[in-house]
Design a protein around this ligand. Sequence first.
Ligand code: SDX
Length: 424
Amino acid sequence: MSTAKLVLNGKEYEYPVFEGSENEVAIDFTKLRAQTGAIAYDPGYGNTGSCTSTITYIDGDAGILRYRGYPIEQLATQSTFTEVCYLLINGRLPNADELDKFNQRLNKHTLVHEDMKKLFEGYPPSAHPMAIMSAMVISLSAYHPDLLDPEIIDSNIMRLLAKFKTLAAFTYKKSVGQPYVYPRADLNYAEDFLHMMFATPTQPYQVNPVVAKALDLLLILHADHEQNCSTSTVRMVGSSQANVFASVAAGVNALWGPLHGGANQEVIMMLEDIQRDGGDVQKYVGMAKDKNSNFRLMGFGHRVYKNFDPRAKILKKAADDVLHALNVSDPLLDIARGLEEAALHDEYFVERKLYPNVDFYSGIIYRALGIPTQMFTVMFALGRLPGWIAQWKEMHNDSATRINRPRQIYTGEAVRDYTSIDQR
Ligand code: SDX
C-alpha cells in the first residue's frame, strides 16, 4: 500500500493511500487530527471524499456517467426507469420475472392514506410544489412507523418509491385546483404519472407513447449522480440513523436550491427573459462573464464535469426528437442552442470548462410534455428518488458508517467576560 507524507511543524506524518475500482486515488485522513491536531480544510468539499460507494461512477474530465457500471448512454436507450430503480437499489439488473414482481410491488403501494389529502388543504394554490413535496415525504413517516425495523425498511423503500409520484401529481392538481386523479395499475410508471397529472373527471388522459417514453428517459437520466449536494444531504441526515423518509425529505429541500435541482426551472425563466429582451444571446453571455452583473448562465457549469455532461448530450438530441415527434416548435430551444453556441466559443467559458449540464435542455422537454415550469424541480426529484434511496440504503447498511460531523476553524472573538446590560 502506498502512502502520502505530510510535514507539519517540522514533524513528518504518513497516511495510507488507496484506489477505487476506477483507479481514483484517495489519501486516508481518518487519523489526521488525532495525530497532528490539525484538520483538512476544504469548504464545499470539492477535494473531500465522504464515503466509498459502489453505486455511481462519474469521470468529469471524460464526461462518463455509469450506474452500477452500466454506461448512461446504454441505459438511456435500452432500459426503463423502474428497471434503473431496481438496478440502483439492488446493485444488478433484474430478470424479467424480478422486474415484473418489482413493478407489481410498486403498483401495490401507489395509493396514499386518504388523510394525507387533508395535508394539501393547508397550502395556498401558489405554494411552490417543492415545499409541499418535502412536507409530504416526511409526513409518510407518520403513516408508516417501525421506521428502522430491518424487516420494514424494504417495504418503506417501496412505499416511498411508489407514493412519491402520486404525491407529486397531487401537488400539481392542488396548484391548478383540479380534483386528484388516482393511480392506475395498468399503466407503466411514466404513463401513470402523466395520467395522474393530466386526466380530469371530464377528460380521461390518452397516453401518448412518445411523451411517456420521453418522460421515462428524463427520469433515467436524473436517477443518480454520486455525492451531489442533495445526495450528500440524504447521507448526512441518514448517518444519525434518521429513517429513509426523513433523509429523503432533506434531500428534496437541498435539491430545491437554484444552484442544484432548481436550475432547470431557472434555465427556462432565463430563456424567457432573453426572449422578452429580443433574444440577444451575446448580451447574456457578456453578463454571465461580468462579476458585477449577478447573472449566471443557468444550466451551465458543473463541479465535476469539466467536459460535456453526458446527460446534456443525450437531452440535447432528445429535445429535437421529442419536439419533432410532437410537432411542437419552441422558440426557447433556438435561444438555448444559440446561447450554447455562443458560450462554447467564448474564452471565459472555455477557460473555465463550463459546459451545458443536465438542467440546460431538460426544461425544454418538460415544456413540450406539458409540464409547468413550477413542477420542473419536482420532476428532477422524481427521477433522483431511486438514487437517494440507493445511497441511503448503502450508508445505512454499512457497519463502518459514523454520524457525519465535520470540524471547523473558529475565527470569532477570543474569550471575554459577560457584562451587565447597563454597562454596554
Ligand atoms: C446539478 O453535483 C451534481 O452532480 C449536481 C447535478 C446532479 O445531477 O445532482 O449534476 C445537478 O445541480 C447541475 C448544476 C445545476 N446548476 C446550474 O446550472 C447553476 C449554474 N451553475 C453554477 O452556479 C455552477 O457552475 C455550479 C453551481 C454548477 C458549480 O459551481 P462550482 O463548482 O462551485 O463552480 P464555481 O461557482 O466556483 O465557478 C468556477 C468559475 C467561477 O468563475 P471565477 O471565480 O473562476 O472567475 O466559473 C464561473 C464562476 O463564476 N461559473 C460561471 C457559471 N458557473 C461557474 N459563470 C457564469 N455562469 C455559470 N453558470
